[in-house]
Design a protein around this ligand. Sequence first.
Ligand code: IMP
Ligand code: MG
Length: 173
Amino acid sequence: MGANKYPILFSSDQIQGMVKRLGDNITKDFRGKNLIIVGVLRGSFIFMADLCRQIDLQFQVDFVRLHSYGAQKESSGTVQISKDIETDIKDKDVLVIEEIVDTGRTLDFLIDRLKASDPSSLKVAALLDKPSRRVVPVKIDYLGAAVEDKFLVGYGLDFNEQYRNLPAIHFLE
Ligand code: IMP
Ligand code: MG
């Protein structure tokens, strides 16, 4: 594997600290609600697995898989869905889980699509945000950390489908 040559931005301990803080806030805010957590595949699978275990509530989980085509390190304007949620979210409180928000196109597409199913509320949790890259404005309700415009791998984030398994988040240099 040998991916540890890449410099670390956030260590595993730092990530777990962020995840704990987000989980505590989500637990407070969603108490008494009908929470459904929707993970965006594939990148969010590790963040979602850890975050779910820091949310001390009863809830359901579901997944969507979205593609945005374009250059390898950048999403294009076109977002497509290849796996939709299978849960009825009408009148439910939906929390979307993204590992990183870049241009905002993926989240914007997903939020519009989910809103059409008439949830009672719709919020977003993202581990990382690259605000300087934003093309479409999106509101992130629960954020781990804002980062500068550098390509990152690890903790679910990939480059060409590799490095998702790294426990830390690294700069791909
Ligand atoms: P957006 O539609 O441009 O906001 O793209 C969001 C998606 O692009 C994320 O869910 C990731 O899958 C991917 N992405 C954006 N930045 C990075 C990065 O630094 N490393 C790995 N994937 C990234
Ligand atoms: Mg993604």
